[in-house]
Design a protein around this ligand. Structure first.
Ligand SMILES: O=C([O-])C(=O)C[C@H](O)[C@@H](O)C(=O)[O-]
Length: 303
């Protein structure tokens, strides 16, 4: 798939980030991952991001990464495009990006480089090096230590024709608006804040309606219902689901650092699609938190 084809896919619909399955020892569980993707693929997401944030990219080794991406590509071939997470140090991100291209993924989401702060010049050099190491499309993810300005994105867009997408995980409306006003349709935009449903109507009003859903991992029908409500400006359905599910869900999610991922693994377990424990430094939900989440999910009815 060429970068422009990926951009077209990214420009509509609901996208999602599947969990990565681990066994009781914390090792990659290929069988569970295949079953997960086979379960989720028919629900209608436009693309799935393998080994993204919710897929615990930041906890994967370079040895296991290619197998995870290959498994996703093979399982979803002909059903739904696979975009691979990549990130960390520039050279590691390049290894991931190239492994994903070899595996037949349709592009990468470039996650932050981690730990150290960096100036715009360094961030530009990092993103440019990764973009130039592959031919397929790249989506850059603004979050934490990677906070590219509109000016930096314009420089990158000039230098890197295959940089086709921008994912926002910061939620600074002034910054997002400035980026969209400067870059317009040069990029496809993805609203990717944790529990992105909560921001969906606001981002749509801004002009960038596409978002990714992590809760799709355990309540795919509700995630799609919410997406259709956003697409149709059906505020009554959005508000009903926000009040009944998403607001109490946030109250549980906000009890622990890193719970934006842990709670999704907890949800998958509760609906009978256990993806195993999270890897350290994340921690799993406590029993009382699991119980509260279970009640919320059950109140939604069958998925
Ligand atoms: O890797 C990531 O940043 C994500 O997992 C994005 C999520 O889908 C986010 O949009 C969410 O939690 O709904």
């Amino acid at each position: 798939m060429n970068p422009q084809e990926l951009k077209a896919i990214m420009s509509h619909g609901l996208l999602s980030f599947p969990l990565t399955d681990f066994d009781a020892n914390g090792d990659f569980n290929k069988k569970g991952y295949i079953e997960r993707l086979e379960w989720l693929a028919p629900y209608g997401a436009t693309a799935l991001f393998a080994a993204g944030g919710t897929g615990e990219f930041f906890s994967l080794t370079g040895d296991e990464y290619p197998e995870i991406i290959q498994t996703a590509v093979d399982t979803c071939r002909g059903k739904v495009p696979i975009i691979a997470g990549a990130g960390g140090p520039t050279r590691f991100a390049i290894q991931c990006a190239q492994a994903a291209e070899r595996a037949g993924a349709h592009g990468i989401l470039l996650l932050p480089h981690y730990l150290t702060e960096a100036g715009q010049e360094g961030l530009i050099a990092h993103v440019e090096a990764v973009c130039k190491s592959v031919r397929f499309g790249v989506i850059v993810y603004n979050r934490n230590v990677c906070k590219l300005t509109p000016e930096s994105l314009a420089i990158l867009a000039d230098r890197c024709p295959n940089l086709i997408g921008f994912k926002d995980g910061i939620g600074d409306i002034e910054l997002m608006s400035s980026i969209y006003m400067k870059m317009g349709d040069r990029f496809a935009y993805l609203g990717g804040l944790p529990t992105a449903e909560v921001y969906a109507a606001a981002y749509k009003a801004l002009g960038t309606p596409v978002y990714s859903s992590a809760v799709f991992n355990f309540i795919p029908k509700t995630a799609m219902d919410f997406y259709h409500a956003v697409a149709n400006d059906d505020m009554a359905t959005q508000h009903r689901l926000l009040k009944r599910f998403f607001m109490p869900y946030l109250a549980i999610r906000n009890k622990g650092q890193g719970y934006a991922v842990s709670i999704v693994k907890a949800g998958a377990k509760l609906v009978g699609h256990d993806a195993g424990p999270v890897r350290a430094p994340l921690t799993d939900l406590k029993p009382a938190e699991m119980e509260a989440l279970d009640a919320l999910i059950k109140a939604l009815g069958p998925q």
